[in-house]
Design a protein around this ligand. Structure first.
Ligand SMILES: [Zn+2]
Ligand SMILES: [Zn+2]
Length: 422
């Protein structure tokens, strides 16, 4: 019997990692230009951290966490999301002494969910958190940054949905309203929502069961219940977004699966993913730092679901980093020269592959073709004696001799047209 990967745990193979790198590199570049720095948080945290932050009665904490007792008897959990660990680090390292912290992270999260297309038990997120800024201008700017990122990686047709979840002063009133509303529809609610009706009635609004969906079609809108402060914040977010020429849809049913959100929440969806089409989600969580023992700190954050984004990007024409192949044949002197050329090209940043065994030109061309080389540099005894290499364009089949000191110039010219997608 061969050993295979665990269900829901996925290998990301080289053919796909080029897209992953492309997204990650664009994210790093754009985040930096908006003042973000990277934070690297551990994969394991105390279980208590997620219970206290995400909420005891959420799906994540109730049924999806990978929790175990370690050899010392402590209850530990593989992080199901990144916000709580970032907030934990923010408090632990007293980052609240700084005027503002803009932090981003990339890496795997773990949830025991039913695996399906674009959803795994180990899944990857690119997330960011802004801690210690409460202005609606910040909400709008981060949303604008996300739209800019999606555009720069080549994703078209992304739409933004926003909502306000109110604050600790006004949300309890909405909860009460929804509770009363759900009481009249007990018969159609699912078991989970019935059980949570008193502690967490809002969960019924994003419950996936059809009964709950039908039951809550005409639920009262949260936007009619939130306080004046929250209303004003929401209006300001929309106003600043329109200054960026971003016009979101208002979705009062979007309550998000985590308890800690306050005021602005959002989702960005893209075509081509069916029902699971949110690629980014997040919002404001002004009470979380205090809940976890830190000072009163307004915060805003988001997480990008990498697998879903990659799924959409996979169908797109994607320009990969071109690969060169240097085919050397004709004895040890030629071999020396060829190795020298390869080293020089690599030092200049070209991606270069070669044949290590002593093989003829035919076998080498076959290999170059199989690994997808864009150009082959042929160096035989004849070329060596004339001080040239033959450069073959694998796409068009055309071939020309190039003097050794002109290789780089010629390659740069040819490759720049490839990168432009010509
Ligand atoms: Zn409020
Ligand atoms: Zn339900």
């Amino acid at each position: 019997m061969t050993i295979t990967a665990i269900r829901g745990f996925n290998d990301i193979m080289p053919a796909e990692t080029a897209i992953w790198l492309h997204i990650e590199e664009e994210a790093r570049r754009i985040f930096r230009s908006y003042g973000f720095s990277e934070i690297r948080i551990p994969l394991l945290e105390r279980t208590e951290l997620f219970k206290r932050s995400i909420g005891e009665t959420t799906d994540i904490v109730e049924k999806e966490m990978y929790t175990f007792t370690d050899r010392h008897g402590d209850s530990l959990t593989l992080r199901p999301e990144g916000t709580a660990p970032v907030v934990r680090a923010y408090i632990e390292h007293k980052l609240y002494k700084r005027p503002i912290s803009k932090l981003y992270y990339m890496g795997p999260m773990f949830r025991y969910e039913r695996p399906q297309r674009g959803r795994y038990r180990q899944f990857y997120q690119i997330g960011a958190e802004v801690l210690s800024e409460g202005s609606p201008k910040l909400d709008a700017e981060v949303l604008e940054m996300l739209m800019a990122l999606l555009k720069s990686i080549g994703l078209k047709g992304a739409t933004l949905d926003i909502n306000s979840l109110g604050c600790r002063a006004c949300r309890p009133q909405y909860k009460e309203k929804v509770k009363k509303f759900l009481e009249t529809r007990r018969k159609v609610l699912c078991e989970n929502c019935l059980r949570r009706i008193n502690v967490n009635p809002l969960r019924a609004l994003d419950c996936k069961s059809t009964g709950c969906k039908d039951a809550t079609v005409d639920v009262p809108s949260i936007l009619d219940t939130i306080c004046n402060g929250c209303k004003e914040h929401f209006e300001e977010v929309k106003r600043h977004l329109s200054a960026f020429d971003i016009h979101p849809s208002i979705n009062p049913r979007m309550v998000r699966g985590l308890d800690y959100y306050t005021k602005t929440t959002f989702e960005i969806t893209a075509e081509g993913l069916g029902a699971q089409n949110a690629v980014v989600a997040g919002g404001r969580y002004d009470g979380l730092v205090q809940d976890l023992g830190g000072p009163d700190t307004p915060c805003f954050g988001f997480a990008i679901g990498m697998e879903r984004l990659v799924l959409i990007m996979k169908d797109k024409e994607f320009v990969r980093e071109p690969l060169l192949f240097v085919a050397i044949f004709g004895g040890s002197e030629v071999e020396m020269k060829g190795t020298e050329i390869i080293k020089e090209l690599r030092d200049l940043g070209f991606a270069v592959e070669r044949e290590y065994a002593d093989k003829g030109i035919k076998a080498q061309m076959k290999k170059a073709n199989k690994i997808g080389a864009s150009f082959v540099l042929l160096l035989g005894k004849d070329e060596h004696d004339r001080g040239v290499v033959a450069i073959k364009d694998m796409k068009t089949g055309s071939q020309k001799d190039v003097k050794l000191d002109e290789i780089v110039e010629v390659l740069n010219k040819e490759l720049s047209t490839i990168k432009k997608g010509e």
